[in-house]
Ligand binder design. Structure first.
Ligand SMILES: Nc1ncnc2c1ncn2[C@@H]1O[C@H](COP(=O)(O)OP(=O)(O)OP(=O)(O)O)[C@@H](O)[C@H]1O
Ligand code: SF4
Ligand SMILES: [Mg+2]
Length: 426
């Protein structure tokens, strides 16, 4: 872009860092409705479509200004695809993405240009996401050049300021990525993401490629930057250990769906979806209050099914120790069963007396031939009954859902909505 088109933004080198969000804290910044991404599978000389990978298959959520939404789930469940959809690096197959109330679902390159400043992404792999032939100065300064933005004091000065903000030596401006460690490279990626003072930062597994000792530093840096800059985050991770300290709310994904979406406290205190409970079992969570409690392991059976032909009904039923006939036939809808806790399950857990205490890894759990001990099964059945009673009492809406889920032949509203969205695209 030519210099005369350059936009001037104030440097932030003096005084407190500017809070970017125009939206007041708590306002909805991002709203996602029935979002889908189906990657076509083509075969033969004519490249005929023979199927589709249902990477993201109808998800709904909101992100409020100033909050951090954590997104967790096993490999292949669609987390990165979701991140790329909401940053519009991918075109959705169906559904809607709204940013600050504006529908951005199908914006073209020019329509997206102003939004590129407001929404930034930090990528999973700090080794492959930085061009090895470019200096750090060029990499962190690229967003200014791409957007035609001229910071006060010049790009170099601003890049050096950004490097010091993320804890790097500004004098290293002329060095190349290979001269930095993994943690330092991720700091460079963060500096690049912050260059244009974004409103929303989507961080796709920002620390999973780093040593555990470095992970905490980078997570803390993200946290500090949020306080200082008023950022809003969507942080993607494959387990709960990374997101639990920094997230206000957490969405748990399984095979392209959100199965539980809750505020952090509720999720950790009493996860209601069996899959969330299994993920919890996989994470070592030190809790001194529970140190004498009996250890409980939730071992998932089998591999994650293929997103090309996901299981019918509840997608988790092929691995769930609580699955009944209705789980195979009727997809559970994501509904708010408790304040701030949405769950998609026919037999939700209560969990109050089953806080996680062990350190069983999910990979180990997946290989296990047996699921859970009989006493856990019995306990689960008891807590399910308790929740069912509580829910029925607490809300007539939940009672209506319960009625609906007992109809094993009808398709759900979510399915119908998703189908409509897809049809609209085809
Ligand atoms: N461009 C693509 N074309 C076809 N299939 C794709 C494409 N990108 C992703 N997929 C498939 O979509 C599904 C979801 O992938 P995605 O990368 O979003 O998962 P993920 O949850 O981020 O996994 P991971 O934890 O391994 O990063 C996977 O089955 C993947 O193989
Ligand atoms: S709906 Fe059924 S199969 Fe799915 S998580 Fe709940 S109990 Fe398990
Ligand atoms: Mg990913």
């Amino acid at each position: 872009m030519s210099e005369d088109k350059a936009v001037s933004i104030p440097a932030q080198s003096e005084g407190p860092l500017v809070t970017k969000a125009d939206a007041a804290p708590g306002d909805t910044l991002l709203k996602v409705t029935g979002l889908q991404k189906h990657f076509p599978i083509k075969k033969g000389l004519l490249q005929r479509q023979v199927g589709a990978v249902h990477a993201v298959d109808g998800i709904d959520f909101e992100v409020k200004a100033g909050e951090t939404l954590g997104v967790v789930g096993e490999s292949g469940c669609g987390k990165s695809t979701m991140g790329r959809l909401i940053t519009r690096l991918l075109e959705p197959t169906g559904g809607k993405v709204e940013f600050e109330g504006k529908d951005i679902t199908h914006l073209g390159v020019s329509g997206m240009r102003p939004l590129r400043r407001d929404v930034q992404m930090i990528f999973q792999d700090p080794y492959s996401s930085l061009n090895p032939r470019h200096t750090i100065g060029t990499i962190v300064g690229a967003p200014f050049r791409l957007q035609g933005v001229e910071p006060e004091g010049g790009i170099k000065k601003e890049v050096q300021r950004l490097l010091s903000v993320v804890g790097l030596n500004p004098e290293h401006y002329n060095r190349y990525p290979h001269e930095f460690s993994g943690g330092q490279r991720q700091r460079i990626g963060i500096a690049r993401a912050l260059a244009l003072n974004p409103k929303l930062v989507v961080a796709d597994e920002p620390v999973s490629a780093l040593d555990v000792s470095i992970q905490a530093q980078v997570v803390n840096l993200l946290d500090d930057l949020q306080q200082e800059l008023g950022l809003t985050y969507v942080i993607i991770a494959h387990d709960l250990s990374v997101v639990r300290h920094v997230s206000d709310r957490i969405a748990v994904m399984y095979l392209g769906k959100i199965v539980e979406l809750a505020d952090r406290e509720s999720l950790y205190r009493a996860p209601m979806h069996p899959y969330t409970k299994a993920l919890m079992s996989a994470v070592p969570i030190p809790d001194p209050r529970r140190k004498n409690a009996k250890s409980e392991r939730i071992l998932l059976k089998g591999d994650v099914p293929s997103p090309i032909s996901p299981p019918s009904g509840c997608r988790f039923h092929t691995r769930c120790w609580k699955a009944t006939e209705i789980c195979k036939t009727t997809e559970p809808i994501l509904v708010e069963l408790r304040t701030g806790q949405q769950v998609a399950c026919h037999h939700p857990e209560n969990f109050e007396d089953q806080a996680p205490q062990d350190t069983v890894l999910l990979t180990v759990a997946k290989e296990a031939a047996e699921l859970v001990a009989d006493e856990v099964l019995a306990e689960s059945a008891e807590t399910s009954a308790a929740v069912a009673a509580e829910v029925a009492e607490a809300s007539s809406e939940a009672a209506a859902v319960s009625d609906e889920t007992s109809d094993s032949t009808g398709s759900t509203e979510a399915e119908a909505g998703a189908q409509e969205s897809t049809d609209g695209q085809n």
